[in-house]
Design a protein around this ligand. Structure first.
Ligand SMILES: Nc1nc2c(c(=O)[nH]1)N[C@H]1C(S)=C(S)[C@@H](COP(=O)(O)OP(=O)(O)OC[C@H]3O[C@@H](n4cnc5c(=O)[nH]c(N)nc54)[C@H](O)[C@@H]3O)O[C@H]1N2
Ligand SMILES: Nc1nc2c(c(=O)[nH]1)N[C@H]1C(S)=C(S)[C@@H](COP(=O)(O)OP(=O)(O)OC[C@H]3O[C@@H](n4cnc5c(=O)[nH]c(N)nc54)[C@H](O)[C@@H]3O)O[C@H]1N2
Ligand code: SF4
Ligand SMILES: [Mo]
Length: 693
């Protein structure tokens, strides 16, 4: 029996892997603080993917764009990739090669991918899917606190609070075991939908605030106004622990709860009641999720939530606080070690000369040879194959033809490349478009570390050998680096060696991992970063001081603004997107698991029955959902509790059922987060292919 953590979300539930009667591995829950001995349906079935019928076990290569992908051997595949990359670099310069990573990669892979881009390829063009995930919260957290660790406290702390406000998070579906920590506090759920979490709150004496999508900034400003008007702000904390309140307050001064009601649709009385609940002397947490963050103003919206938290004196105190619920398995560690365009390991900035000197020293290169910051994820995808843009893309751990906004455009950009290389363990929709596919190991076949939702570093342990013919991502990077002329020892394929190097590269940085060792992890020590060598780890940040030089948190002056695209007579409805319990992300993994695929086989769209009827649609009918960017097919699911002006689609399906055919790639000016949560759409029956089954 091997104990490891789930391959999917940031809760990183602990699990035992053991061979069942048929000899195949099966997952069972293991005791751990975040999951309290539970697993969701995805965790229970996760081991099925190890033996997926279409599991990739041999490299695939196509001779040219019109030829099919055909099996080949590793040397041929890696020689081909390295040869093409070298030729493109020689002809067009290092920035003609781009790298795209993911928040599911271990710390070791994230680190190595960033180093590979900067040292072996010397390209500035690297970014990752975390940009589509929690980047707005990270930007706002850095702005307010001087440091971004999604939860700056252990998750178990929230169970003791009187009130927890969840802004745009639906953990009842996205992290079901997390709900075990939320049974005692009174919940305030901010979600345009009566989500499973909102329904749970209402059933347990909590509140559901259902704003029109894209109006959360006004709601958070209204809550701040209501808090101050009711005398609930903590003036001593504001004076002693923060700066900038006087400059930020005018942004809220006009948002009387009645004015906020007018913009958001949330009754003023509910806004006042929520403000009182947050000021409960028993402590409160404000936690944000993607619903409030994935907007072209997501950074300012999160700042508005943090302003509210600061005005109430919540952050940096035991028993209360602000946090972002990071999403992907290694969404936290994946944003710290250099696969982000503007970043070096240890959460250092790539434009900081001292950071460059330190990391270059560890890498044995000249700091001047490290490229500067490159394009953000969507901007990178959008530049592929365009004049002056990258001509080759190496992709590890993402499926952007399903998960990036405006997929039609992204598919066109990928098609314009000279070379697309995808490392994956299944033939994802993006892998099937590649020129070279490299088959890699899965979570249960590899060692490494992940950093869960709390900033705690965890050990991933191999439970079974990989199928013959499959290599680890670290082995792939090693093989390519050597072929690109790097010394054989510069890109180790041993996760332990990479962790030690990552520790040295991160030492002294904001996310210091120099004290993270396999021995300490195996002893069960709770290694929350910063975890410096020879020092204690940090379960709770900010108790004494925030991370800005003056030790104070900063209010950010923010104003409400409408979504990038508003409704009009041609596109009268708002489509918002998100998740259902039984599928994960682009669905590349969960759509291949029989039990999960059978339960939710096709895309659906949640619609109020009156809105459906006005568009000629009944429950169960196939609908066409159209935006200015594209069309998707989905089966109508009546929701009598839905807003009349809003429909909801999960984004886990591909092709003509991809929600991202609709979405707007308008970007947040600070985080470069796309506006996944608001598109203007219309509905009509999909008569030719439609009908109820
Ligand atoms: N089952 C499942 N679990 C997952 C994942 C998965 O794909 N499937 N992915 C993991 C990852 S990477 C992430 S990032 C997390 C995400 O976890 P969540 O943030 O909980 O997930 P979402 O469903 O994207 O969004 C949450 C809610 O935001 C609401 N929302 C939409 N628009 C708005 C708005 O304008 N304002 C507000 N306040 N709310 C709005 C939606 O109705 C939805 O219920 O889940 C993780 N866990
Ligand atoms: N409309 C809409 N779109 C969204 C969102 C939304 O709410 N609405 N949410 C966004 C968010 S929060 C996220 S996080 C993204 C996620 O979307 P994606 O980036 O597409 O994430 P996944 O579907 O997890 O894709 C991971 C791919 O990498 C493979 N993979 C997994 N682990 C590894 C590994 O260790 N190595 C390698 N080489 N491959 C691996 C998997 O098989 C899969 O094909 O989607 C974003 N897109
Ligand atoms: S909640 Fe997340 S980590 Fe836990 S079993 Fe489900 S998918 Fe896995
Ligand atoms: Mo995410």
């Amino acid at each position: 029996m091997t104990t490891t953590h789930c391959p999917y979300c940031a809760l990183q539930c602990a699990m035992h892997l053991e061979p069942g009667a048929d000899g195949r591995l099966a997952a069972r829950p293991a005791p751990f603080p975040t999951n309290r001995g539970g697993l969701c349906r995805k965790g229970w079935t996760s081991a099925d993917l190890l033996t997926a019928p279409d599991r990739l076990t041999t490299p695939l290569l196509r001779a040219d764009r019109s030829a099919p992908l055909a099996p080949t051997d590793w040397d041929t595949a890696l020689d081909h990739v390295a040869g093409r990359l070298a030729a493109l670099r020689a002809e067009h310069g290092p920035d003609s090669v781009a790298v795209f990573g993911g928040g599911g990669l271990t710390n070791e892979k994230s680190y190595q991918l960033g180093k590979f881009a900067r040292v072996a390829l010397r390209t500035a063009q690297i970014d990752y899917n975390g940009r589509f995930c929690m980047s707005s919260a990270a930007a706002a957290g850095n702005r307010a606190f001087g440091l971004d660790r999604g939860l700056p406290f252990p998750l178990t702390d929230v169970a003791g609070a009187a009130t927890v406000l969840l802004a745009g998070a639906n953990p009842a579906e996205t992290m079901p075991p997390l709900m075990g920590h939320l049974s005692a506090p009174r919940l305030v759920v901010v979600d345009p939908r009566r989500s499973a979490t909102a329904a749970y709150a209402l059933a347990n004496g909590g509140l559901h605030l259902a704003p029109r999508p894209g109006t959360d900034t006004a709601l958070a400003l209204g809550l701040l106004h209501a808090a101050r008007a009711q005398g609930l702000c903590d003036d001593a904390y504001i004076a002693e622990r923060t700066t900038g309140f006087a400059a930020a307050w005018p942004g809220a001064a006009a948002w009387w709860p009645e004015q906020a009601e007018h913009t958001t649709g949330v009754p003023a009385a509910l806004i006042r009641e929520a403000a009182r609940a947050l000021a409960d002397p028993g402590g409160a947490y404000i936690l944000t999720g993607r619903g409030t963050e994935q907007h072209a103003k997501g950074t300012d919206t999160v700042s508005a939530w943090i302003n509210l938290a600061l005005a109430l004196g919540l952050p940096g105190r035991r028993g209360s606080g602000y946090g972002c619920l990071t999403g992907q398995g290694n969404g936290q560690g994946g944003r710290e070690h250099g696969q982000k365009a503007d970043q070096l390991p240890g959460y250092r900035r790539i434009d900081d000369p001292a950071a460059r000197a330190h990391v270059a020293g560890v890498w044995g290169v000249d700091p001047d040879d490290l490229p500067g910051p490159g394009r953000s994820a969507y901007e990178l995808l959008d530049a592929l194959g365009a004049p002056g843009g990258p001509r080759a893309l190496l992709l590890f751990g993402s499926n952007p033809v399903v998960s990036a906004p405006d997929t039609g455009r992204v598919a066109d950009r990928l098609a314009a490349l000279d070379l697309l290389v995808v490392a994956d363990f299944v033939p994802s929709e993006t892998a099937r478009r590649a020129d070279v596919v490299l088959p890699v190991t899965q979570w249960a076949e590899e060692d490494g570390t992940m950093t869960g939702i709390e900033g705690r570093v965890l050990r991933r342990r191999a439970a079974a050998p990989p199928p013959p013919g499959v290599r680890t991502d670290l082995e792939v990077l090693h093989g390519l680096a050597v072929r690109l002329g790097q010394p054989a020892d510069r890109f180790s394929a041993d996760p332990g060696a990479v962790l030690a190097e990552l520790g040295a590269a991160s030492a002294g940085g904001p996310a210091d991992y120099s004290g993270v060792t396999p021995e300490r992890l195996d002893s069960g020590e709770e290694l929350y970063w910063p975890a410096p060598a020879g020092g204690a780890p940090t379960p709770r940040l900010f108790l004494d001081a925030f991370a800005h030089p003056d030790g104070r948190a900063r209010f950010a002056p923010v104003a409400h603004r409408p979504p990038a695209e508003t409704t009009d007579p041609a596109y009268p409805l708002i489509a918002t997107t998100g998740r259902i319990m039984g599928h994960y992300q682009s669905g590349a993994q969960t759509r291949r698991i029989g039990e999960l695929a059978a339960a939710e086989p096709a895309a659906h769209v949640e619609v109020h029955p009156d809105t459906a009827a006005r568009n000629g649609l009944g429950d169960g009918d196939w609908a066409l959902v159209e935006s200015r960017r594209g069309t998707t097919r989905a089966r109508v699911r009546h929701r009598a509790d839905a807003r009349l002006d809003t429909v909801f689609l999960p984004f886990h399906y591909a092709g003509d059922q991809a929600a991202n055919n609709l979405t707007n790639p308008a970007l947040d000016p600070v985080s470069r987060m796309p506006e996944f949560k608001v598109s203007a759409v219309r509905l009509r029956p999909d008569r030719p292919q439609g009908g109820t089954a």
